[in-house]
Design a protein around this ligand. Structure first.
Ligand code: SF4
Ligand code: SF4
Length: 334
């Protein structure tokens, strides 16, 4: 059985009030630049799933996952702003994709995996855009006049593309949050956006106790990163999204702010490859991740060498929670 702990959600929301998110995206002054950037983010988010293998050094920065994906794409955009157009993307070859996502544009050294799947999603997105929206993401926005909800709202329109067909809409929420935060699209009903639930968010929700798994067998498998059935993963993921709804309702903050903070906690203090940096484990100073930490990069958190949720989160108080991992399944939804 999976439980959403409302009291714990409220406590987490209260604790997160101390953290403010910086402006993360530059403004684009012209309509033409906004239009190009909408296309750019549409295609970047199409392949934003399970990027754990992606890592390396770009422009002197050691990066992994999303940071690598977005900076490599940015570098490609600066070299060739017309690359992120439907006409070019649907003709992209595997070697070109690998070249874009490699340190020195050498496809042989690319760490991007599942090339066939990513290419298929990119081509399908580009071809569908050409078929229905004159090859232009801006056309979607204009057709629904910036509304998210309803049959002709952006949430529905985006689900026509295979890459954006996750029933919990992780990529859809991520894309719309980016386009809203970078002031490319003005969205009329932002409150219709729900948390984009991915690995990091699930791990944090389970460890904090916002979502609790009462089944001991499943708990044991989560701790060992053992085999998880698809329906178990779906139940946990849905519960995490509902816990996210509670956080939003009690915090009065936007989904963009809360998701950015919790997601950055998941990939910094509460990353899957080392013990969580909180509780008795956080006694070694300074934190070994301080130089590379994206939570302190993207927020004003005055880090005392422990996670912002230290002391509130169950995982900082009880090893049983700290050992939980997110369900690991292969998917292109997140
Ligand atoms: S520097 Fe602070 S916020 Fe970043 S990982 Fe370490 S404890 Fe967490
Ligand atoms: S307090 Fe510890 S267990 Fe809880 S989210 Fe932060 S790092 Fe993870």
């Amino acid at each position: 059985m999976i439980i959403i702990d409302e009291t714990q959600c409220r406590k987490v929301a209260e604790r997160l009030k101390i953290v403010k998110v910086h402006e993360l995206f530059p403004e684009h002054p012209t309509r033409e630049e906004k239009r190009r950037r909408a296309d750019f983010w549409f295609y970047v988010v199409v392949i934003c799933h399970q990027t754990g293998s992606l890592q390396g050094e770009i422009e002197g920065k050691r990066l992994r996952g999303w940071d690598y994906l977005s900076l490599a794409a940015e570098r490609a955009y600066r070299m060739d702003p017309n690359l992120f157009t439907a006409e070019r993307i649907w003709k992209l070859h595997p070697e070109e994709l690998k070249q874009l996502f490699s340190d020195r544009l050498d496809p042989k050294t690319s760490t991007l995996d599942r090339i066939g799947e990513r290419l298929h999603l990119l081509r399908e997105a580009a071809l569908s855009l050409l078929q229905w929206y004159k090859g232009d993401v801006w056309e979607l926005y204009e057709r629904c006049d910036g509304s998210l909800s309803g049959g002709t709202g952006l949430l529905n329109l985006l689900s026509q593309f295979e890459a954006y067909r996750d029933p919990l809409r992780k990529k859809t929420s991520l894309l719309l949050m980016i386009l809203w935060a970078s002031k490319i699209w003005m969205l009329k009903d932002l409150e219709a956006l729900r948390f984009p639930v991915d690995n990091h968010l699930m791990r944090v929700a389970l460890r904090t106790g916002m979502v609790r798994v009462e089944d001991e067998g499943l708990q044991g498998r989560l701790k060992k990163s053992g085999e998880i059935r698809r329906e178990e993963e779906q139940s946990i993921r849905e519960a995490v999204q509902q816990a996210g709804d509670l956080l939003l309702a009690t915090s009065g903050r936007t989904v963009f702010e809360l998701d950015t903070i919790l997601w950055q906690i998941g990939r910094s203090c509460c990353f899957s490859e080392h013990p969580p940096i909180c509780g008795p484990r956080a006694t070694v100073h300074p934190c070994f991740k301080r130089e590379t930490c994206s939570l302190i990069r993207d927020t004003d958190y005055p880090c005392p060498d422990a996670c912002p949720l230290d002391g509130t989160c169950f995982g900082s108080l009880d090893e049983t929670y700290a050992l939980l991992n997110e369900p690991k399944v292969e998917t292109h939804y997140y």
